[in-house]
Design a binder for this molecule. Sequence first.
Ligand code: UGA
Length: 445
Amino acid sequence: MKVCMMGTGYVGLVTAVCMAEGGHDVLAVDTDVRKIESLRRGGCPIFEPGLESVLQTQLANGRLRFATELTAEDAVDVAFIAVGTPTLPDGSVDLTAVWACVEELARKLPTGAMIAMKSTVPVGTASKIRKGLADRGRDDLRVASVPEFLREGTALEDTRHPHRLVFGVASEEDETLLRRLHAWVDAPVVVTDRNTAELIKYASNAFLATKISFINEIANLCERVGADVTQVAFGMGLDPRIGPSFLRAGLGYGGSCFPKDTKALAHIAEDVDYEFKLLRAVIEVNAEQWKAPIRALEAHFGDLRGLRVVLLGVAFKPGTDDVRESPAIALTTDLERRGCEVVHCDPVVQTLTVEGRLYPVTDRPSEALQGADAAVLVTEWPVFLDMDWEDVARRMRSHFLFDGRNALADVASLEGLGFTVLSVGRAGCKTANRSRTVWSGDRST
Ligand code: UGA
């Protein structure tokens, strides 16, 4: 089929590349001229494992093309919209880029083509687009909601093997068209109306964010009652009704999705006079969670002025160079306000901009940790977990480690090297790193 992808951000680019891999002819459109020029040469604008090589293969076999605009001559069966939908200051969603695409598509799409919405948009947007198209004399165009569930860092795998496809459609013909388009994907398909599809996306992200804030609150409680949150999560997760995923306590959720989508859903509820109390609490808990290392540093050092503090990890999670809503940003501002010198280290992020100031980021932990007083593990990159800690101990001026992701395996050995190691939800709990699986066949352990 002939596919057009409006937008070459994370979702747009990965979907375009995978659609080409799935056998379709794909034209990916973005208004950013330099980005398109670079993409045409096979340059990948984002760090996403495996993406560049698939991009180059699909470019070479001619299935994937890039352009700065769609022309009326381009044959298109389905045009995806995958542009940014940022949060406005009041928590609502900015749909400017979405409507700009709709305008362009209304002028250029051939008769009977489909507009499939991939961007995360408020409930009712697809229906509004349908009406907007009718107002522009394009009653012939179909509109569907096809939300995306890929994660950064595993985007290719998630797109090739998703847990489900969700098709929000207005007719059986639209469903048939989307099934043909996704024939290369082996996954359960949820066929529903457009509003429901839009809400499935928000509800999924909000629920995952709820799991994270829930376990972070349990972690805060663990610190006060002397329990170990990693083992609480492990014990909970063995119940299949709960499941083990998204129960890692830490510095809270970041990235371009959960913070934005939780606020948007709360705003969507407000718009229809419903106060989504649970979601408000999820957002509030997350807004405080990055402060855990600050409290620990203050308890340990008292006055933080003059301390050299290293942030191990700048990306909001491992496997990506995305720093949006990373706890590293709030930590940098706060530590500097308290008079610390903040040093940044990350294997892929090269610079960090905080409040207009550009910070260099080294990819060499040994360099960053030289003469440091404290280190905070912000992102659980493997390179930080496998460090030569004896060497680190020699380099640091004082030996304070805060494990913001509960990811350091052998805390006892680190303590043996003279480190004070604190983490999230395990304060004062000496059994912190003794997580053991007790299988039913071995009930004695
Ligand atoms: C998330 C969803 O997982 C995807 O399904 C969705 O498609 C995507 O948002 C989106 O809406 O586009 P992503 O933001 O790439 O994907 O990252 P996740 O792996 O979900 O992690 C989000 C944040 O939660 C990270 O900051 C991570 O460190 C944190 N997290 C995750 C925890 O603190 N604890 C956990 O147990 C899991």
